[in-house]
Every structure is written in structure tokens, then in C-alpha cells.
Design a binder for this molecule. Sequence first.
Ligand SMILES: [Zn+2]
Length: 249
Amino acid sequence: MGLLPDRSLRDPADRRPAHAAPQAGDEEGGPLTYPGGDPIDQCVHLGREVIGAGLAIGSGGNLSARSPGAHECVVTAAGTWLDRLDRTSFVRVRIADGVAPQGATPSSEVGLHLSVYRARPDVNAVVHLHPQTAVLLDALGVAVRLITTDHAFYLRRVAVTPWHAPGTPGVGEAVAEAVADGTNCVLLPFHGCAVLGETVEMAHRRAANLEEAARLTYQALLLTGGLGPRELPACPPDFLAHRDPGSLI
Ligand SMILES: [Zn+2]
């Protein structure tokens, strides 16, 4: 992993000059501090961070990334623990047909990752995690509310797929259908989430914001008496009308 941040890998949507001062939202691995290196190095970093944040446990979750326009991606190998990844923990997989030329076995959810890349040429990172609060809320029939401006900006909307058993083709098919309209955050009932990004960093930001939004929704339910008469809070809907969709907040 590079010792210095590689500013050439900043999110392409970030149009600030390289010497721009940090802004709100940069605190946790912003564009000036996210690790340099290639997508594998960045996934190694993301894996440690998301396990530290409790977004998956044990060997749960899997990651993938590709260089923009590439016909293959790297996917975490079967059985890997996201907080113990290194450069040998990834399998190269052809996006078109799922063949792994080196013969190694990718994650059992490789189909989810490939389906997303086929459906969304703009996506270069896919993060599948098991965020507890988001999954719990969905199991209870409660939609995740976008309460803060960060939630609204990074998530925009949260889709929910029909139920499919983990590792089956239906998961990938359902996620591909859910993200075809540009949605970047998808909940898989009783299982986890799939979060997409133009970069590994953006997928990381979205995954963190998804679970925070779920946690605040959960706390709002407690404070308002669960299914009581009070409306759960949400970010004012006109907020995004004043934001450049390509800017970082
Ligand atoms: Zn899973």
C-alpha cells in the first residue's frame, strides 16, 4: 500500500483542485486521505475499516473492484475474512462469463458482483456486507430513512430486493434489476446489502452511510415509541435540489 495518498485516484466526481482544503465528509478517508495504490490495495483498506465498523462479522461479506472499462474484476476469494485481506486474497474474474483464468475460487457471491458490472458500466466497486441494523429494520418491515444531508447525498435512495438465498443466481439477478436505474444501495432481505461506487472510496462512503442511516432510523423509532403516530424524520427533500450531483459533500 502506498505511503502517500495518490491524488490521481481521487473520485472522478471530485472536481476540487488537489490542494483544496478538506471539507465536511472528508473526515473518514476523504479524497485527500484514502489510500493510494490500485483497487486491490483500496479493497484491503476498506475490508479492515468495514469490519472495524461492525458492518460484517467473521468471514461475512465480500468485495470486488475493477479498473474503469476493464473486462475483468477482482473479487475476494471464497472464505476470506475482510479484515485479513492481502494482495493474494483476490481472484481475477472475467465479467462476461465468470471465468477465473487462474483457477482460484472467488466468493460464493461472485454472481452478484458480475451482475452489477454487466448492468452498470459506471460502477467500479461493489461492496457486499451484512450491516446488522439495516438488515434488522428491513426484517421488521421498516424502511431505512435518510435523515442527515450525508445520508441523502450519498445514498439518494435504498432499494430492497425480493428474498433469494445467499449465493444463488437469484441474488445477482435481483440486484442487477434494482440498480439498473442508477440506484447504488440495495438491501437483501434477511441477509445484507450491496453497495456500488464509481470508486472503492465512494462505495465505502455509501456503505458507512447506509448503516448510520439505519441506526438513526432505529433510534428514531425508539424515541418516537416505535409505531407511534409521529413521523420518522427525514432529510428535507429539497436538499438535493441545491447540490451538484457530481460534488462531494
Ligand atoms: Zn452475504
